[in-house]
Design a protein around this ligand. Structure first.
Ligand code: PEP
Ligand code: MG
Length: 325
C-alpha cells in the first residue's frame, strides 16, 4: 500500500468528483521540510515556531529566527508556509523565561496572551517573519485567539512592524496572509465576526476538543471525552468554515483530526479547504480523498451533524465507507 501511496506524491489532492483541496504538513524545525517534500506536501500548514524557542538556551534573536523562517520558505519553493507565532505556556516551558505558577496552565497565561503582554518578544518574532516573507509564500497565524479584540491587537502590532521595516527599506512581501488558530470555542462561535478581519482560519482541534469538552488533553482519566466526531465539535468546525467562506476566506485544520481517516470524509463534506498533518500521513490522506465524492461527503456531514454522539458518527462513517468500497 505504501508504494501505492508513493505514486501519489506529485498528484493533486482532489476528490473523486474533482474538488481540490490542499494537503500540508505540520513541522517543528527547518529540518522537517525534507519529509514534507518527500511525501508530496503542498504546503506547510503549521510551523510550531515555539520549537525555536525550546531548542535554545536564551530567547532566539531576530537574526536566528529570520534564518530559520527563511530556510523553511526557501526550501518549500513558493508553496505556502503558515508559521504560528510562539505558543508557550500550557505544557510548554522555557527555562529562561520563567512564567508564574498557575492552577490551570492550559487556561492561563499562554500563546498570544503572552505575546500581547511581552510585546518586545512578539515584535522581534514578527520582524523576523516579515523579513523572511520576501523569500517565498509566508503566512502568519496567531495561537489561542479568543476575541476579536485580541486578533485586532495582534494584527495591529504586525502592521506597525511591517510599516517600520518598509520605511527602513527592508524588502518584504506585500501579500503576507495573517490568520488565526481556531482552538477556543468562544472564537468559533463568533467566527462570522472574526472572519471579517482574518485572511484565514486554521482549526487546532487538539485544543478545541480539550476546551469544548473541558477535558485536559493529556489526562488519561478523562481521555474518553476526547471526542472529535461529537456533533458539538462538528458544529464549531462547520460554523468556522461557513463563516470564512462567506467572507471569501479559507479554513484549514492543523490538529490531529485533519489526518484522521475517519474524520476526513466529514471534513470534506463540511468544506474544509486545507488539511495539515504529520508528513507521514499526507499520502494516505490523498489516497483516501481520491476515493471520495465530495457530494456524498456533504450528505454524510449533514447526518453527522444530526447525530447525538461520537459513537453514532463513527457508525455513520463506517457504513459510508462500506457503501463506497
Ligand atoms: C492544536 O491545538 O490543535 C494545535 C495544532 O496546536 P498544538 O497542538 O500545538 O497546541
Ligand atoms: Mg493548540
Amino acid at each position: 500500500q505504501r508504494s501505492l501511496w508513493k505514486k501519489l506524491k506529485s498528484e493533486p489532492s482532489i476528490s473523486a468528483d474533482g474538488k481540490h483541496f490542499t494537503i500540508g504538513a505540520n513541522i517543528g524545525t527547518p529540518d522537517d521540510v525534507r519529509a514534507v517534500q518527500d511525501n508530496g506536501g503542498e504546503a506547510v500548514g503549521l510551523m510550531r515556531s515555539e520549537f525555536l524557542y525550546m531548542d535554545s538556551s536564551d530567547l532566539p534573536t531576530e537574526e536566528e529566527q529570520f534564518q530559520a523562517y527563511k530556510e523553511v520558505v526557501t526550501n518549500m519553493n513558493g508553496k505556502q508556509v503558515v508559521i504560528r507565532t510562539m505558543d508557550i505556556g500550557g505544557d510548554k516551558h522555557l527555562d529562561y523565561l520563567p512564567l508564574p505558577e498557575e492552577m490551570n496552565p492550559f487556561l492561563g497565561y499562554r500563546a498570544i496572551r503572552i505575546s500581547l503582554d511581552k510585546q518586545d518578544i512578539f515584535r522581534t518574532q514578527l520582524r523576523a517573519l516579515i523579513r523572511a516573507s520576501e523569500f517565498g509564500k509566508l503566512a502568519i497565524m496567531f495561537p489561542m485567539i479568543a476575541t476579536v479584540n485580541e486578533f485586532k491587537q495582534a494584527k495591529g502590532i504586525f502592521e506597525e512592524e511591517k510599516s517600520k521595516l518598509i520605511e527602513q527599506g527592508v524588502p518584504v512581501s506585500t501579500n503576507i496572509e495573517v490568520g488565526m488558530m481556531m482552538e477556543i470555542p468562544a472564537a468559533a462561535l463568533i467566527a462570522d465576526k472574526l472572519a471579517k478581519y482574518v485572511d484565514f482560519f486554521s482549526i487546532g482541534t487538539n485544543d478545541l476538543i480539550q476546551y469544548t469538552f473541558a477535558a485536559d488533553r493529556g489526562n488519561e482519566r478523562v481521555s474518553y471525552l476526547y471526542q472529535p466526531y461529537n456533533p458539538s465539535l462538528l458544529k464549531l468546525i462547520k460554523n468556522t468554515i461557513d463563516a470564512s467562506h462567506k467572507e471569501g476566506k479559507w479554513t484549514g485544520m492543523c490538529g490531529e483530526m485533519a489526518g484522521d481517516q475517519t474524520a476526513v470524509p466529514i471534513l470534506i463534506g463540511l468544506g474544509l479547504d486545507e488539511f495539515s498533518m504529520s508528513a507521514t500521513s499526507m499520502l494516505q490522506t490523498r489516497a483516501l480523498m481520491h476515493d471520495l465524492s465530495s457530494e456524498e461527503c456533504k450528505k454524510l456531514a449533514s447526518s453527522a451533524l444530526e447525530a447525538e454522539s461520537n459513537e453514532e458518527v463513527i457508525h455513520l462513517v463506517n457504513d459510508f465507507q462500506k457503501q463506497n468500497k
